[in-house]
Write a protein that binds this ligand. Structure first.
Ligand code: TYD
Length: 342
């Protein structure tokens, strides 16, 4: 299959590129705008691969999207391209609506016009909003609460409408919080790991008791691939790791594994509209034959080890544009924050 994978230079996308190239039947065309979190260094190992091509572009660029789909005779599309960080969506909501809703619409329409046989929209469990108790299943009402999750909900609803309206075979995945190597260090786990390596403070939002279901990137990519190949058109599939942990617990695990002191923890002012908890019921995708295999203890240990051994990957990122973002987002909050136990 000739697969157009958008956002393939990002965190989940680059893991998915490598996974798909491991199957001899796939040709992968990676279409990525290379904005702040897209990084071709994530793909060094496959750059010369005979079944891999890279095209730089934005999913909102309709003529370019149309020509890539036509020129490469694309059979299937996996849309991983997205603005993904909740905190940035609070600073700049417009760019989330543009990429995650309008861009998805451009891609859907170009794929439909070209007669593409399969379209997978990578979405998120955040579309369900904050779930105080129990787990979200795919038939639950969507109740997104941040500009990020609302934009992702818009994109996936547009995708599902293409099945209802045009019988265009769309599948949606709703993955939970993902972690692993090559994740841009603005997200919780890589930020805390890289800060801890440098003995810098770790900013815990609010009371640090928010809960996320942590999913290893390898398990997430296996779920995306499985839903892409075997999912029912017009259907959404939850993908979760089954590893619910409070942020404080994860932060302590990171400090322990690096031999750092808990005195690095700082409680800082909370994110506006912070979702307390996400938790998904994955039985629909399990019934289709997928299951997560990475335990959180092993996955986190491997992730910490990767960041420890790949400083040349993350140090240039943290000293560039990221530094300005970090100052704006954290400097004041850290000055006003409180230490753990005080
Ligand atoms: P994040 O990685 O931003 O994912 P999401 O908000 O999409 O779930 O954050 C994961 C959790 O960690 C979330 O509850 C917010 C919290 N968090 C902090 O406490 N401090 C931080 O500096 C960051 C980035 C996140």
């Amino acid at each position: 299959m000739n697969i157009l994978l958008t956002g393939g230079a990002g965190f989940i996308g680059s893991h998915l590129v490598r996974r798909l190239l491991d199957r001899p039947e796939h040709q992968v065309i990676n279409f990525d705008a290379l904005r702040y979190s897209g990084n071709l260094a994530n793909l060094e190992s496959v750059q010369q691969h005979p079944r891999y091509r890279f095209v730089q572009g934005d999913i909102c660029d309709q003529p370019l999207v149309e020509s890539v789909i036509r020129d490469h005779q694309i059979d299937g599309v996996i849309n991983c391209a997205a603005e993904t960080h909740v905190d940035r969506s609070i600073l700049d909501p417009g760019s989330f609506a543009r990429t995650d809703v309008v861009g998805t619409g451009v891609l859907l329409e170009a794929a439909r016009q070209a007669g593409v046989r399969r379209f997978l929209q990578v979405s998120t469990d955040e579309v369900y909003g904050s779930v105080e108790t129990g787990t979200s299943s795919e038939t639950d009402r969507l109740a997104p609460r941040s500009p990020y999750s609302a934009s992702k909900a818009g994109g996936e609803l547009l995708a599902l409408s293409y099945w209802t309206t045009y019988q265009f075979p769309v599948v949606v995945t709703r993955g939970s919080n993902t972690y692993g190597s090559h994740q841009y260090p603005e997200k919780f786990i890589p930020l805390f790991v890289t800060n801890a390596i440098d003995a810098q403070l770790l900013p815990l939002y609010g009371d640090g008791r928010q809960c996320r279901d942590w999913l290893a990137v390898e398990d997430h990519c296996a779920g995306i691939e499985h839903a892409f190949l075997h999912g029912e058109p017009g259907t959404a599939y939850n993908i979760g790791g089954g590893n619910e942990r409070e942020n404080l617990t994860v932060a302590e695990m990171i400090l322990d594994s690096l031999g750092q002191s808990k005195s690095l923890l700082r409680y800082v002012s909370d994110r506006p509209g912070h979702d307390r908890r996400y938790a998904v019921d994955c039985s629909r995708l399990r019934e289709l034959g997928w299951k997560p295999v990475v335990s959180f203890a092993d996955g986190l240990r491997e992730t910490v080890r990767w960041y420890h051994e790949h400083e040349s990957w993350w140090r240039p990122i943290k000293s560039g544009e990221f530094k300005r973002y970090y100052e704006e987002q954290y400097r004041r909050r850290l000055e006003e924050g409180t230490a753990c136990g005080s």
